[in-house]
Write a protein of this length. Structure first.
Length: 571
């Protein structure tokens, strides 16, 4: 018999409430699970987006570098290349091992990067990621990986490599972190080097690495010997305007540009302007001859005493001849007084016209963006004409001077300078500055300066060098610093058939025991040019021949100087 027990109403109500509570709990749990899942999805999507964008950014940079064309010198030697390399980085906040011990091991493996303290600073940076080394070799990556620290990570990426290190650094320039040119020819050629249609076609510069290395070596040696603040030099093809060598010291390594300061990054040859002193005197002589102001080289100018012009007095240096000098003697002795008298007759209009034809009133004409504006006199008084004639009161770059000397000796044609290799027959036509006859006279007189005057130490046996020294007090705000000078030698060779101009300049050189305390251009800048020409002349296709020379027989009878007399002070 079945017994039915009836539950009280209160008990039935309690069971129903429990079921409702369970249902509510289930609903809430489901909602929490859904919210948690949504949060997870958002985080995942955010991470994916960040990864995608980071990947795209890295891919874009890698693609830009991967596609960037090479730069080579005029003979095909590599100057800038894009290569595959490794990077070594660390997540400082995730380092598990002893940071001091890891820093010591990293310093031992990468001593050129930093010491133990530097690596410890990287490992303790309050950042999530930082680089330890870029352009790392596979062998180094393997050694660092052996440390066993999971927070140190590695990645492959393309890198711009400058295999010649500091060689021609200012001509080449460097890249930004996103793979675009920041200075030098890297900046000028940025679009061309990234053009997919021209991938695999290297750009040839006019630079010759052999000549560049020689001039850098000689200028560096002189800079050290004479404790100079800086130095600059140029080798220029007189017929094409091609820059065969461009040196600016101190220099920088484009592979590690971040370690360089403003002095190292500045291109002295194109950015810095200087009063270049007596190197301007041949330009004044050319203006006088070409304009017809002086029709005979034997015409003489009074240099017997200082020249008083208003409240200004123009002097020659102690030991200079106190007599009347003809045109060639004015350059051989480097007389300020005689040069000023010549310029006074040329006049301000013709002097300005000559300087403007040589581009002295504008930035140097070359592809680089790093160019300085000359200091051009605001008012041309009579004294302005006289002093600019010997390189005071007007300031230009060494490249301005090199291009001017090319025009003086190549037949009278000024051409813009270029860092791009020029095909035979493609040189720009340029503009005529002086006549061929005047240029021929200048070649004679420049050769005589080296044979008998202040340029003797700039000669190179068999290469028939001609040139002019220049020593000027360093210009500073409000006047001149008499304790410092700028020493320059501008030359060309071979003078019987000029091919190249060579300019060497030292900023603030000091005298030495070997020079008897002299710190003028004859003792420091001129020898740089002579040694450089002796080293590179044959490389440039100039055969040394001591049996050949330019004919100066129509001038030598007019000279009073004893050929065996040494140079006076070397201005």
């Amino acid at each position: 018999m079945t017994v039915i027990v009836a539950r009280p109403a209160a008990q039935r109500r309690s069971a129903g409430q429990r079921q409702a509570l369970v249902a509510t709990s289930h609903t809430r749990l489901m909602m929490l699970l859904l919210l948690f899942a949504a949060a997870v999805v958002v985080v995942i999507m955010r991470l994916a987006m960040l990864g995608a964008f980071s990947g795209e950014e890295a891919a874009a940079r890698t693609a830009a570098l991967a596609a960037r064309g090479d730069i080579v010198d005029r003979n095909g030697a590599p100057l800038a290349r894009t290569i595959d390399a490794w990077t070594i980085a660390v997540h400082p906040r995730k380092v598990l091992g002893d940071k001091m011990e890891i820093a010591a091991r990293l310093a031992a493996l990468m001593p050129d990067r930093g010491d133990q303290a530097w690596f410890y600073a990287q490992l303790t940076k309050p950042v999530s990621f930082t680089y330890l080394q870029r352009r790392a070799s596979p062998a180094l990556v393997e050694q660092v990986n052996a440390i066993g620290e999971p927070a140190i990570v590695f990645a492959r990426e393309t890198q711009r490599l400058y295999p010649q290190s500091t060689l021609a650094a200012h001509a080449l320039g460097f890249l930004s972190t996103d793979g675009h040119g920041m200075s030098g020819m890297e900046r000028v050629l940025d679009e061309r080097l990234l053009d997919p249609a021209k991938a695999g076609q290297p750009v040839a510069l006019s630079i010759d690495t052999r000549v560049q290395a020689a001039l850098e070596s000689e200028l560096g040696r002189a800079m050290t010997t004479f404790s100079a603040h800086a130095a600059g030099g140029i080798v220029l093809d007189v017929h094409t305007g091609e820059v065969i060598s461009m040196v600016s010291l101190p220099t920088f390594n484009p592979n590690r540009v971040g370690k360089s300061g403003s002095d190292e990054l500045r291109n002295i040859t194109t950015q810095s302007v200087f009063e270049l002193g007596s190197t301007f005197k041949p330009i004044t002589m050319a203006a006088a001859i070409d304009s017809g102001v002086v029709t005979s080289l034997n015409r003489r100018f009074d240099a017997t005493h200082p020249l008083q012009v208003g409240r200004f007095t123009i002097h020659d240096e102690r030991g200079d001849p106190k007599r009347w000098l003809n045109m060639a003697e004015t350059l051989i002795y480097s007389s300020n007084i005689a040069t000023a008298r010549v310029a006074d007759e040329v006049g301000p209009e013709r002097m300005q016209a000559m300087f403007k034809r040589l581009g002295f009133d504008t930035k140097p004409d070359i592809e680089l963006r790093e160019k300085g504006r000359p200091l051009w006199p605001g008012f041309w008084a009579r004294t302005t004409t006289m002093t600019t004639a010997y390189g005071h009161g007007i300031a230009v770059t060494p490249l301005h001077l090199a291009s001017a000397y090319a025009a003086l000796v190549n037949g009278g044609i000024w051409r813009p300078a270029t860092l791009i290799k020029t095909a035979v027959g493609d040189a720009p036509r340029g503009r005529r500055v002086i006549s061929e006859a005047t240029s021929a006279r200048m070649r004679q007189m420049l050769r005589l300066i080296v044979l008998r005057g202040t340029g003797r130490k700039g000669d190179a046996p068999g290469y028939r060098v001609g040139g002019k020294t220049g020593t000027a007090e360093a210009a500073v705000a409000g006047g001149y610093d008499r304790s410092r000078n700028v020493a320059t030698f501008a030359a060309a060779f071979p003078m019987d058939a000029p091919r190249y101009v060579v300019v060497a300049m030292l900023d603030s050189p000091q005298g030495t025991k070997e020079t008897g305390g002299w710190k003028t251009a004859a003792w420091n800048a001129a020898p740089v040019v002579g040694r450089t020409i002796a080293r590179v002349g044959s490389m440039l296709g100039v055969v040394p021949d001591e049996r050949r020379d330019i004919d100066v027989s129509d001038i030598t009878p007019t000279l009073w100087q004893d050929p065996s007399a040494p140079p006076v002070d070397g201005r």
